[in-house]
Design a protein around this ligand. Structure first.
Ligand SMILES: [Zn+2]
Length: 130
C-alpha cells in the first residue's frame, strides 16, 4: 500500500497523508468532524475526535477537506467515492459505505470489481447501473 495515492474525485487533491486518508464528515445532526481512514482496502479502523460522536448505524456524509464537495458515489447514496492511483499511474474507483459499522468497500476498474467487507453483498447489485 506504500505508494498508492487516494484522490478526491472532484478536485483530484491528495487526501492521503502517510498511513491515513483524511476526510471531512457531517452526521445526521449536522455536526462536522475530521475522519481518518486506513488506505488498506478492507481495514475498517476509523479515527476521529471523541467529541465527534458518530454512533453505529447512522449515515455520515463524507466531504473532501480540500474542495469541500460531497464525495457521495453516483451508484448509491450510502457509498462514498474516492480515486486510488497505484504506482503505475492506474486509477481505480474506490467506493465504500458511509453507514457507521457497515463494512463494504469496492475497487472498480471498468467492469472489473473487487469487493471487501462483510456487508459488500448488499450493494453489489447497484455497482454497474451507472
Ligand atoms: Zn476535492
Amino acid at each position: 500500500m506504500k505508494n498508492k495515492d487516494f484522490l478526491c474525485p472532484k478536485c483530484k487533491g491528495n487526501l492521503r497523508v502517510e498511513e491515513y486518508i483524511i476526510l471531512s464528515a457531517k452526521d445526521k445532526d449536522k455536526d462536522r468532524g475530521l475522519i481518518l481512514l486506513s488506505p488498506e482496502l478492507g481495514n475498517y479502523e476509523v479515527h476521529h475526535h471523541p467529541d465527534f460522536d458518530i454512533s453505529g448505524g447512522n449515515l455520515v456524509d463524507f466531504y473532501c477537506p480540500l474542495c469541500h464537495k460531497r464525495i457521495t458515489s453516483k451508484q448509491h447514496k450510502n457509498l462514498a467515492w474516492l480515486i486510488m492511483r497505484d504506482q503505475e499511474g492506474q486509477e481505480y474507483d474506490i467506493l465504500f459505505s458511509q453507514i457507521r459499522g457497515e463494512q463494504c468497500t469496492f475497487k472498480v476498474l471498468g467492469k472489473h470489481t473487487e469487493s471487501f467487507g462483510k456487508d459488500a453483498h448488499q450493494y453489489l447489485q447497484f455497482l454497474h447501473r451507472v
